[in-house]
Design a protein around this ligand. Structure first.
Ligand SMILES: NC(=O)c1ccc[n+]([C@@H]2O[C@H](COP(=O)([O-])OP(=O)(O)OC[C@H]3O[C@@H](n4cnc5c(N)ncnc54)[C@H](OP(=O)(O)O)[C@@H]3O)[C@@H](O)[C@H]2O)c1
Length: 289
């Protein structure tokens, strides 16, 4: 059976998004994962190493590359712009074929941070003006992907199933169920996106390989505070446990936090994909996995 399936190479497979979407991609494609990379010890496969990456591409010969590997820590990207460029741009360049008519198709996961957050409600036709180094490097990578005929998919505020360790919800659930107060920003808005909904969008994009820019994000525009109050309500705990707080510039890479909400692309092949708002996802909680 696997012989009829497209071969998909997933980078960043051992990060948060990669771990969540791998099982979904594996249902539809012959999934290969690029090996993990430990930046501290240098062990594993560094995708910014062009000859190692070229060899990987030769060995695997994928039909599609889903490129997730990146440095997404906003503050670190500001402090270490070279590291940001290496992880976000150089890796992308190395994975793209020299001749775009011959190599595999790239589906690149980009970010709402390519916008400056002044307006919110960004569509795929809006012109990106990143305000952070992270956003700038993701935008540089986008341009490389588009030039090579690849597909750029922008998402934001990704959250995983409740059981996924280390993510916003599992931490908040733990605190709230122990009647602990938590603080949440009232001045940071985005479109919280359930990672399994994004996975469905990625399956469609890998299958159809349309090229161009797609927005795939949850349909609610919410502040972090609103999101966590919804969660508290769903858990049946006192919503006052979620206290408002204000995100300072310094916690947002030195730029004024704003509204990074995205409006989704409802054109083929994403028109039938469910990209639910957080209120809808939480209404299904915890049945949704
Ligand atoms: N999380 C979100 O809300 C969100 C929203 C929009 C877009 N995205 C995009 O989604 C993608 C995945 O994000 P994530 O949240 O899963 O981040 P993550 O947990 O930090 O995963 C990123 C992975 O990339 C790997 N990596 C970084 N540099 C590498 C290199 N040179 N060679 C090989 N592997 C390398 C990291 O390895 P180490 O762990 O060893 O560093 C890590 O496993 C990123 O492209 C991000 O821009 C995320």
């Amino acid at each position: 059976m696997a012989a009829n399936k497209s071969k998909v190479l997933l980078t960043g497979a051992y990060g948060f998004v990669g771990q969540c979407i791998s099982p979904v991609l594996a249902e539809h494609f012959e999934l290969m994962k690029s090996p993990p990379y430990d930046e501290v010890t240098g062990e594993g496969l560094d995708l910014s190493d062009s000859s190692a990456t070229r060899q990987l591409m030769k060995d695997i010969a994928p039909n599609v590359v889903v490129h997730l590997a990146a440095l997404k820590n906003i503050a670190r990207c500001e402090r270490e712009p070279e590291a940001a460029w290496t992880a976000n741009v150089q890796t992308t360049r190395n994975l793209l074929p020299a001749d775009s008519t011959k190599g595999p198709h790239m589906v690149f996961l980009s970010s709402d941070y390519v916008f400056d957050g002044q307006e919110g409600g960004y569509t795929d036709l809006d012109f990106p003006q990143p305000a952070t180094v992270y956003g700038q490097t993701k935008r540089q990578a986008e341009l490389l992907v588009l030039q090579a005929g690849g597909t750029v998919v922008r998402s934001g505020g990704l959250y995983g199933p409740a059981h996924q360790p280390g993510v916003l919800f599992s931490w908040a659930i733990e605190q709230l169920q122990q009647n602990q107060k938590i603080e949440a920003f009232t001045n940071v808005f985005n479109s919280p996106t359930y990672v399994n909904d994004l996975a469905t969008a990625l399956v469609q994009l890998c299958r159809h390989r349309p090229g161009g820019i797609y927005h795939a994000a949850g349909s609610d525009r919410l502040s972090r505070f609103e999101l966590l109050r919804l969660l508290a309500q769903r858990l049946g705990v006192n919503i006052e446990l979620v206290q408002p707080s204000f995100c300072p510039k310094e916690a947002n890479g030195g730029v004024e936090p704003g509204d990074l909400s995205l409006v989704c692309s409802r054109r083929s092949p994403l028109e039938s994909v469910r990209l639910r708002g957080a209120s809808q996802v939480l209404a299904d909680w915890p049945m949704t996995t």
